[in-house]
Design a binder for this molecule. Sequence first.
Ligand SMILES: Cc1ncc(COP(=O)(O)O)c(C=O)c1O
Length: 385
Amino acid sequence: MIETDINIKTKLPGFNNSIFAIMTQLANEYNALNLSQGFPDFNTSSPLIEKVQHYIEKGENQYAPMKGIYKLRQQINKKYDYLYSRKYDPEAEITITAGATQAIFSVITAFVAEDDEVIIIEPAFDTYAPSVLFNGGIVKFAQTEPPNFQIDWEKVQRMISARTKLIILNFPNNPTGRNIQGEDLNKLNNLIRNTDIIIMSDEVYEHILFDHYQHISLATHENLSKRSLIISSFGKSYTITGWKLGYCVGPEKLTKEFRKAHQNIVFAANRPMQLALADFMEEEDHDLGLQRFYQQKRDFFISAMEKSRFKIIPSQGTFYQLADFSKISDRSDYDFAIELTKTYKVASVPLSAFYNNKQDHKILRFCFAKSDETLKKATDILCSI
Ligand SMILES: Cc1ncc(COP(=O)(O)O)c(C=O)c1O
């Protein structure tokens, strides 16, 4: 260890390791089933892996273009046209990024300056607020509450000021598993109609919805699509979270600014995997089959948990399931999640971690992107508590 006496003024006081890293480390330490962090414990398809191997061996190992491999951008254009009836120009409106996380940081860096305000709907994924703070911005949190996590648009309206630059949405939502309604988009549209507010819509779970729910992309909304930057992740859609590949689509004027940040943060995402994904997307249809695949896992989890003392708030999308444990313990959700990991060997994430004020609803988030065997073992344990 190197000792240093340099004085550092941290840009993020009060921020510690992410809850996902904490819970995963604890899961490893206590040999617990890890239903905390949002990654699948099964492999991606072998043709995709073979394609990556092919391109690496072929020597496609140097920088990709800053905007991303053109063929991959073309495939994204086709996908948006097919699924959401919106055409994004691959040259001017689509950028491949090093995961959704980098796209998120780049959008915020491109548009949020000192003292600009950003509205975040909570509970929320944990990188939004720190990215705003790094850029000197101010975050306003519009909390939603269980069990419905309905957005209170009047509350959002009261938060809007002349300094509001960005509103961040994430549907289907991590951690709640809630979907957004068409009516929500109309209300949002009314709120920001005569402003310069930009929407950053994190749609990384766009292919994972259950029952009758359909993904409502901001791309489908005539007016909102004109002021939205939409982010998605190949990691979630192709079971390759470790490859860190995502993208950002939006009108040329917004994309131009976005790319100024993207270019200086990462310049370009990795080349061989982009080439492989471009071929892969060309060959498959746009229904990735994720809906059926994860519906079966969600249904298994919910029906197995019927025998437990947890109260399930059925997920409408994503691969997360919330469970209320108030009939089991009156400990805080954080303490209960730790106890569950150490004593019962099942790791989860406390919902309070997704609220800035750490409000505690006695709810845990379980990730069910796990093998059937892991889910069976985990639900057996949870039912015994
Ligand atoms: C809502 C949300 N956005 C973004 C990400 C990050 O995606 P990526 O791994 O592509 O950076 C995650 C990952 O869990 C997420 O849940």
